[in-house]
Design a binder for this molecule. Structure first.
Ligand SMILES: C[S@@+](CC[C@H](N)C(=O)[O-])C[C@H]1O[C@@H](n2cnc3c(N)ncnc32)[C@H](O)[C@@H]1O
Length: 335
């Protein structure tokens, strides 16, 4: 390493001048030895003695994802990536646009270095099929898709390759949990690994029935029940809610229907299973609440019931102009 050699009493002034002129090499540490200081430089500096020394490299902690990638990508490209980070436990899931596909491993490594999480994957498809799972490609770290995600004090174990889970619904789950009263009998028709049941049962003395067609998701939910200290109870079923519900011999104070693309096809069943005065937490993808409210009303009408829409909200944006929306309906028998 090329260094400027100066007596110690001149070290500070010389360091400042070299920094200001851009000649100092800031990737290495200054060394002092036998009354002299050795300042790493990028080039010869007139008026100074230049020597070669072994110097220690600076351990620079990248301040941001952008800093790591600044030589690889443009600012616009970095901005696109910034919004597409999902953290699930010690796993990062990136959404990388097609235009940056060739740089996916550099981007994955940068995400790994920056976040220090164990594994980095990229989305290779949208969520699809009955189980709403997406294809993932491994990019960096350790290729292990099982993790434990922490949400509102709950521990949620899952395999990101095998079952649906979105950390972006955390606020919605908290909101639903806060609206639950102790003692409620709840059905989660499409529970996945059980984030709604676990977060609710951790905080409320509810009696929850949780159903999912993905048997692996139910296997993880059973583990999650043991991983968390619960006030409430959770009974799990693996299977299609349309079939499993034939075994139920009770009605529910609340039914959670988070299968936004298809929940409307199960509304008749939900209206049949809801207790008089119970709440249906209904979800769908839409640009407004009108369609969902109409579907709820029509399903209730068929069973001679009324529905009062007690709350509506946008859970998250799915595409420009379209939202994952929530509608809470209170269902009562017609007088
Ligand atoms: C969008 S995910 C929601 C999972 C969970 N509620 C959550 O918030 O993470 C929908 C879930 O519905 C399940 N599913 C789809 N069709 C079903 C059916 N007919 N009966 C039961 N579960 C079903 C899928 O396997 C998937 O886990």
């Amino acid at each position: 390493m090329k260094c400027v050699k100066v007596p110690l009493r001149q070290l500070n002034d010389t360091r400042i001048k070299l920094m200001e002129s851009g000649k100092m090499n800031i990737e290495y540490r200054i060394k002092t030895e036998d009354g002299f200081g050795y300042i790493p430089v990028n080039e010869n500096v007139e008026g100074h003695e230049i020597v070669c020394m072994e110097l220690e490299a600076m351990k620079r902690v990248p301040h941001s994802f952008a800093e790591i990638l600044k030589d690889e990508l443009t600012e616009d490209e970095i901005e696109t990536l910034r919004t597409s980070f999902d953290t699930i436990g010690d796993i990062i899931i990136l959404e990388i646009p097609d235009s940056l596909y060739d740089k996916r491993f550099e981007i994955g490594k940068a995400a790994h270095d920056f976040t220090k999480r164990r594994s980095v994957y990229m989305k290779k498809s949208a969520v699809k099929g009955t189980t709403r799972v997406r294809d993932l490609e491994f990019l960096a770290g350790v290729d292990d898709s099982v993790t434990i995600h922490k949400e509102h004090g709950a521990r949620l174990k899952l395999d990101v390759r095998e079952m649906y889970f979105s950390p972006r619904l955390a606020t919605e789950r908290k909101r639903v949990m806060e609206s639950v009263s102790d003692g409620e009998k709840i059905l989660d028709m499409f529970c996945g690994i059980g984030p709604f049941p676990i977060v609710i049962a951790k905080n409320k003395t509810a009696d929850i029935t949780a159903v999912d067609i993905n048997g692996e998701a139910i296997r993880y939910l059973n583990e999650n029940i043991n991983l968390n200290k619960l006030k409430g109870s959770i009974k799990t079923y693996a299977g299609d809610i349309a079939e499993v519900s034939k075994q139920f011999n009770c009605k529910f104070d609340r039914i959670i229907m988070n299968l936004p693309g298809l929940a409307y096809t199960f509304l008749d069943l939900a209206v049949e299973l809801i207790e008089d005065g119970g709440i249906i937490n209904y979800y769908e993808f839409s640009d407004s609440y009108e369609q969902g409210e109409k579907r709820l009303k029509e399903a209730c009408e068929k069973k001679n019931k009324d529905v009062e829409i007690v709350n509506t909200r946008k859970v998250k944006s799915t595409s420009p102009g379209e939202w994952h929306i929530a509608i809470d309906g209170k269902v009562t028998e017609k007088q």
